[in-house]
Design a protein around this ligand. Structure first.
Ligand SMILES: [Zn+2]
Length: 257
């Protein structure tokens, strides 16, 4: 562990300032952490039952679950595979409760969702010898933190495009083209995003854009008597439809009546 900073004054107030390398070592244990927002009637499911539901998922490594106020929790995982398992699905059910996951960052607070989202990306025409985790993760790092490559890419059973999930800050303009090169050869590769979710700067929330937010009054509020949808209708055009992705969404049985 790095040496901890000493108190200093800023605008006459005492405090401590963590340098980047100290902060990196402090956040390292949380690098596979997600924030969960629980929706539904919390009184129906005690925390212990939510914990058991996670334990029954058969994760590769242990996990920590910390319950916070206002229906939030922090799920800390301890390997890349378990992290990708939750992050690429985005949500899970525990009986009548829904848990929606977002990225944990050191700046996390209960009022604002992080604008970092897992986004599936296609690289059409990528040479087949680059369809391996090391090369693909190295390429994907240009776009954002790589989370997972899909099964058809991993076993090279579909060679027309490589498909990988990366963490993107959706408030930043996406990279449209990258290149790979070796020897005298250079090749440009288009980057095709399957769906980049909107981020609302008013609600500080992923899932809809500011220009379609109800709080602007541009679109009417949905009828609450109809089945609930977490986010307002999307106006962003989805780029390409997502192919079926391995296992079905996580559904965990809840308490029996
Ligand atoms: Zn909004």
């Amino acid at each position: 562990m790095e040496a901890m900073p000493l108190p200093t004054l800023k605008n006459g107030k005492p405090g401590i300032f963590f340098l980047d390398e100290v902060m990196s070592s402090l956040t390292e244990p949380f690098k596979f952490s997600l924030v969960g927002k629980i929706s539904g009637n919390r009184s129906l499911v005690p925390n212990s039952e939510i914990y058991v539901a996670f334990a029954r998922l058969g994760l590769k490594r242990s996990f920590d679950l910390r319950f916070l106020p206002r229906g939030f929790l922090i799920l800390s995982l301890h390997c890349e595979e378990d992290y990708a398992f939750f992050w690429t699905r985005g949500q899970m059910m525990v009986g009548p409760l829904g848990i929606h996951f977002s990225k944990w960052t050191p700046e996390f607070n209960l009022q604002e969702e992080s604008p970092i989202a897992p986004v599936w990306v296609r690289l059409p025409g990528l040479p087949i010898h680059l369809f391996n985790k090391k090369s693909l993760f190295a390429l994907a790092k240009i776009l954002g933190n790589p989370v997972k490559m899909d099964d058809f890419t991993a076993d090279s059973s579909r060679s027309t495009f490589a498909r990988i999930c990366v963490e993107l800050n959706v408030l930043e303009p996406p990279v449209k083209q990258i290149w790979v090169g070796w020897g005298d050869h250079t090749q440009e590769i288009d980057v095709v995003y399957e769906k980049i979710p909107g981020y609302c700067l008013d609600c500080k929330m992923l899932g809809h854009s500011t220009n379609v937010c109800y709080s602007h009054g541009k679109i009417p509020k949905p009828d609450r008597s109809k089945p609930a949808d977490r986010s307002p209708p999307q106006t962003e055009a989805p780029t390409v439809p997502a192919p079926p992705e391995g296992a079905a969404p996580v559904i965990v049985p809840g308490p029996q009546p």
